[in-house]
Structure formats: C-alpha cells, structure tokens
Write a protein that binds this ligand. Structure first.
Ligand code: 3EB
Length: 328
C-alpha cells in the first residue's frame, strides 16, 4: 500500500437492512424492495430508490458517519445522487422497453460520467436489477444479454478497461425495466479480485452473449484501519460453465467459490479473520428460501438481520441461487 493512501479517512459506508419504510436519518440512500413501479428520487437528504419486488418488503440503508456534510440531488439525465464528501451513492432507473441495450448504454454512460465529473475516483461496487431478466427482447435476445451489451459499451466509452471493472451484482426482478445503483469513494484505494476457480466474467466466451458481463468477482477497499471485501453476486459457475444439477450441489459449489475468492484475497492482503458482516441471498424459487439461507447464515456466521433473502430470477435460467456479501 502506498503511503498516500494511508491518509484516507475511515468513513466506509455501512449497510443495514430493516423493515419496509423504517426511518434512518444517517443513510445516504435507502433502497426499498417493494411491490409497484421502480421509483427514484432525492428527498429528505437521501436518495430513495424503490426496486419492484413482489415477494415481500425490505429496506436497505447505506449509512454514513458524516451525516452533517451530506448533499445530493438529481441530474438532468436522471442520475440521483448523495455524497458525504468521502462516499458517493448514485443511481438510475430505466422504464421497460422492447430492447434494452441502447437505453442502458445511454443511462450507464450518464452515470459513469457523473461519477467521474464529481471526481469520485474509486468506483467499487455496482448493483444491476433487470426486470424479467431471462425473457427475450424484441429480437429474441435474452434481456440479460441485451443489458450486458449496453453496459459493456458504456464502460468502454467511459474509458474503463476490463481490469478496472468493480464488483457487481446482476439479478432479476419481476416487472419493469432496469435499476442500477453504485458506490464510489473520492480517493480510496481499491483492488479488483478474481476467483481462481472461475474465468473473469468479462472474458466469458461469446456463447454467453454478444458482450461479456462487466464486473470483477470482488473488490477490496483499503482503509486506514481495515480492509473491506465486496463480494460480487456469486453462483454455481466453474470457469464459465454453470454446474450443479440440484439445489444442494449448487449451494456447495457457490460456497466453494466464495471461499476460493476469500483465500485469494488472503494470500495478498491482511484479511486475517475475514468476518462476514452481511450477505444478500437470492433464490430463484421461494420454496428454497429456508434451505439456502440456513446454510449460508451458518457457514458465514451471519445473523438473519444482516442477510436478507430475495426471490429473484438469476441471470442464467439454470442457476437456482446467487449470493453476495461484505467481509472485513
Ligand atoms: C456470474 O457469475 C453470475 O452481470 O453484473 C453475478 C454478478 C452475475 C454480477 C452482472 C452477473 C453479474 O456470471 C451472474
């Protein structure tokens, strides 16, 4: 680690989950998973994003230690944002349409350009929620692949090389278009991590779509006192191939993938204990909620309050679960 980076403050955003619409004044942003249309605004000093979700209600809070210095707004291009001087949360939503890539590229570019203009140099985590992710667009291209095309072009146009892509989640929701939100830091030092058991998603072969998914398996954020590992959405994939023909196998392979990623971080960094502070668990079928959440909560020693479970389509129709998280 270079000396200059030791100057970075220790206000890393903290995520917590709660009942729907609970007040949370220290939050830069509230992401609500609730029935209805996607919504995005800047109100009461925070970004409020609603992601259409019909299997329950949950709120996700991104809290800062520097509430007094928070400011934000909404740009002409529909990017909602809130910053505390060190951290930035920014988001866009997109109405549904017969083809996604053109509009996704435009919105994504606006989002990335905004982050760059604001001089938040360390983009370290992105979430991509895509309505009806496994269905076909107007041309017969799967909507996830359609989305990946627009996203990849936006990253290229904004000057990102493959190795600079951060950790991400790409997951479905029931209705509507696309919701994207991200976290960036003004001057933080970060490293993108790959899993030795998987080829980088940005090198997936063309059989998985015209443009590969744009994300790293994980991003490590360095801070004065500690490291924080942001684990991307992780599923039962080896190299680039979906494996595991039943739920139990897919659970085990996903756990091995997460452990392999953590090990590769430990080899390089001082991530001694690697405590899991939160997980977000996604299952394709509601009937699998309990089985999947029980195993992951036990293996990673995380409480139900810090590990919400969502019923979502995963970006490949054969995948039954996906898990993301934060470790430190
Ligand atoms: C995978 O490994 C599973 O498109 O942003 C995981 C995390 C997945 C992020 C994304 C997709 C994305 O390919 C799917």
């Amino acid at each position: 680690m270079e000396q200059s980076h030791l100057m970075v403050g220790h206000n890393i955003l903290r995520v917590s989950y709660g009942a729907f619409q609970t007040e949370h004044r220290s939050a830069l942003a509230v992401v609500q998973y609730a029935p209805g249309n996607a919504k995005l605004c800047y109100r009461n000093g925070q970004v409020q994003l609603t992601i259409p979700y019909t299997h329950g209600e949950c709120s996700e809070y991104w809290s800062t230690l520097e509430v007094s210095s928070c400011r934000g707004g909404m740009t002409d291009q529909g990017v909602a944002w809130c910053e505390d001087g060190t951290n930035l949360f920014a988001a866009f939503i997109l109405d549904d349409r017969p083809r996604l890539s053109g509009a996704v590229q435009e919105k994504y570019e606006a989002l990335l350009n905004f982050v760059q203009e604001k001089e938040y140099r360390t983009l370290y985590r992105i979430w991509n929620y895509i309505g009806r992710i496994n269905q076909s667009n107007k041309d017969g291209l799967e909507r996830y692949r359609d989305f990946c095309l627009g996203r990849a072009l936006a990253f290229e146009r904004s000057g990102f090389t493959m190795e600079t892509l951060p950790a991400a989640t790409g997951i479905g929701f029931d209705e509507g278009g696309v919701c994207v939100y991200l976290l960036a830091r003004r001057d933080g030092l970060a490293a993108n991590i790959e899993n030795p058991l998987q080829i980088p998603a940005y090198r997936y072969p063309i059989t998985y779509g015209p443009k590969s998914p744009s994300f790293a398996r994980g991003t490590v954020l360095y801070d004065q006192q500690r490291l924080e590992l942001y684990l991307s959405g992780t599923a039962s994939i080896r190299q680039s191939v979906s494996v595991g023909s039943n739920l139990e196998e897919q659970i085990n392979i996903t756990i091995e993938n997460i452990h392999a990623l953590i090990e590769s971080v430990k080899e390089k960094e001082e991530l001694d204990n690697c405590v899991c502070s939160s997980l977000k668990i996604y299952v394709r079928h509601a009937k699998d909620k309990a089985a999947v959440s029980n195993v992951f909560r036990h293996v990673f020693n995380v409480s139900p309050e810090n590990s919400p479970v969502f019923v979502s389509d995963i970006c490949r129709s054969e995948l039954l679960l996906e898990v993301e998280g934060v470790f430190s």
